[in-house]
Design a protein around this ligand. Structure first.
Ligand code: FAD
Length: 413
């Protein structure tokens, strides 16, 4: 949906490319089919990969009866429910997470939504209030804006993306304001209700703790997630959970019960697909006794992540604010994307590249990129951070010209 919305935004910028302005209209059915077909294709690919390796797939709901026994309620080929009992030398639990729903909000899947209600879309809202300005919240703001909705964003702090670099957040806020988003900063939603307005139209009314009230045709909750660890019988297995309900794991993703591993969102680490699959890989290595030859432990501090807004945002490694908070000496170099010829060619010069390095050794410690293709470009910095490369390693790479990556080389220089 973000890619389709991005294509729509792109058509609005065609004039600057020497083309006539085009007006794209969204076809909800075609978009829904596009989403479903991507999901089917990915699902088929994964299923084929697993079955070709001899994995037996059971479609069902599992829970532990004890540390060594798992009960699965599954549907057989005839669609009849059956209960299976499984035992294994090692068990990996990866049941993910679900949206956090506070007691003051009752999503109805119609106008009061959680993020999962939005894809595929049932309807494109005329106006929507997004509650929560973390990664998911801002991506939804961007998406709904691209499809032409009037968007309000409830931001509990004074900055969108409160955990990110303030300079990164500032570029995004600026873009949101230009696109007509209403930012309600320093406000916490305390109630969401459907009401009929004076004109007899149904609307969603969000009330905030500072007395502000915001009205829109729809609202979507994006205030984080909770792990799917309840109802799994983890207590029967003796598996320790933290206060938030995540399985407590060691660096091999092992729980306190040695043969039970956890990976993904319910392991309480970074809620990213990339992290979940790397954890799965590490579990496989450990179960098979391969960790002795595996060269690296998973370092969550070196995970690259991206936010698919416009401009795109990506970062990896040490953040400037965290370095200052820890009193760590760093060198920060920042170069605007507009300094590269490619930005002018693309008719899009928003954003910057920032590289954080160790002033004594030149080793790259982290970086942030705001701008087109940031999610792709950050891979260079991620590789440098993981492999302890120096800024000079980036400078001395013969990069393509014209390319946005030239901003990286300039920042490294
Ligand atoms: C809106 C949104 C956008 C996101 N965008 C990105 C992104 O751009 N990049 C990124 O890296 N990450 C992104 N994420 C995060 C990413 O989706 C998760 O981190 C990732 O899916 C976690 O993988 P997982 O295997 O832990 O859980 P999931 O992918 O949620 O899989 C868990 C599976 O376990 C099943 N399950 C649950 N309970 C049981 C049970 N009792 N028995 C059997 N099966 C069970 C569930 O049905 C599900 O199939 C996004 C998340 C959201 C909500």
């Amino acid at each position: 949906m973000i890619a389709t919305g991005g294509a729509m935004s792109f058509t609005r910028r065609l004039e600057g490319m020497g083309l006539e302005q085009q007006q794209a209209e969204v076809d909800v059915d075609a978009l829904t089919e596009r989403i479903e077909s991507i999901k089917r294709r990915l699902g088929r690919g994964t299923t084929q990969l697993l079955t070709s390796q001899g994995v037996t797939l059971i479609h069902g709901s599992a829970r532990f009866l004890s540390a060594n026994e798992i009960e699965v309620t599954a549907l057989n080929e005839n669609g009849v429910s059956e209960v299976l009992h499984l035992e294994a030398d090692a068990v990996l639990v990866a049941t993910g997470s679900r949206p956090r729903i506070p007691e003051w909000c009752q999503p109805d899947g119609d106008r009061i939504l959680v993020t999962r209600d939005c894809y595929p879309p049932k309807v494109f809202p005329e106006s929507i209030t997004v509650i929560g300005s973390g990664v998911t919240g801002v991506e939804f703001v961007h998406m709904f804006c691209s499809f032409g909705a009037k968007v309000n964003l409830v931001v509990s702090r004074q900055q969108v993306l409160p955990t990110k670099d303030p300079e990164v957040a500032a570029v995004l806020e600026d873009d949101f304001l230009k696109r007509g988003v209403t930012l309600l900063k320093g406000a916490r939603a305390t109630s969401i209700a459907r009401e009929v307005n004076d004109a007899g139209l149904e609307e969603v009314v969000v009330r905030c703790d500072d007395g502000r009230v915001v009205r829109s045709s729809h609202a979507v909750l994006a205030i984080g997630s909770v792990p799917n660890t309840d109802g799994l019988g983890l207590d029967m297995a003796g598996v320790e959970l933290d206060r938030a309900g995540n399985v407590v794991i060691n660096r091999h993703c092992q729980s306190n019960v040695a043969h039970i591993y956890a990976a993904g969102d319910m392991s309480g680490k970074l809620p990213l697909s990339s992290v979940a699959s790397m954890q799965g890989r590490k579990v496989a290595e450990h179960v098979m006794g391969l960790q002795k030859v595996a060269h690296r432990h998973l370092d969550y501090d070196k995970a690259a992540s991206a936010i698919f807004t416009e401009p795109e945002i990506a970062d990896v490694g040490l953040a400037e604010a965290d370095a200052f908070a820890a009193g760590r000496k760093i060198r920060v170099t920042k170069v605007p994307v507009s300094s590269t010829p490619k930005a002018l060619i693309n008719n899009d010069w928003r954003g910057f590249v920032k590289i954080i390095s160790d002033p004594a050794t030149g080793v790259v410690l982290g970086g942030s990129i705001v701008g087109r293709h940031a999610a792709e470009l950050i891979s260079v910095v991620a590789l440098a951070v993981t492999a302890n490369l120096k800024v000079t390693d980036i400078v001395e790479s013969l990069l393509v010209h014209p390319a946005l990556a030239e901003a990286l080389a300039e920042a490294a220089e």
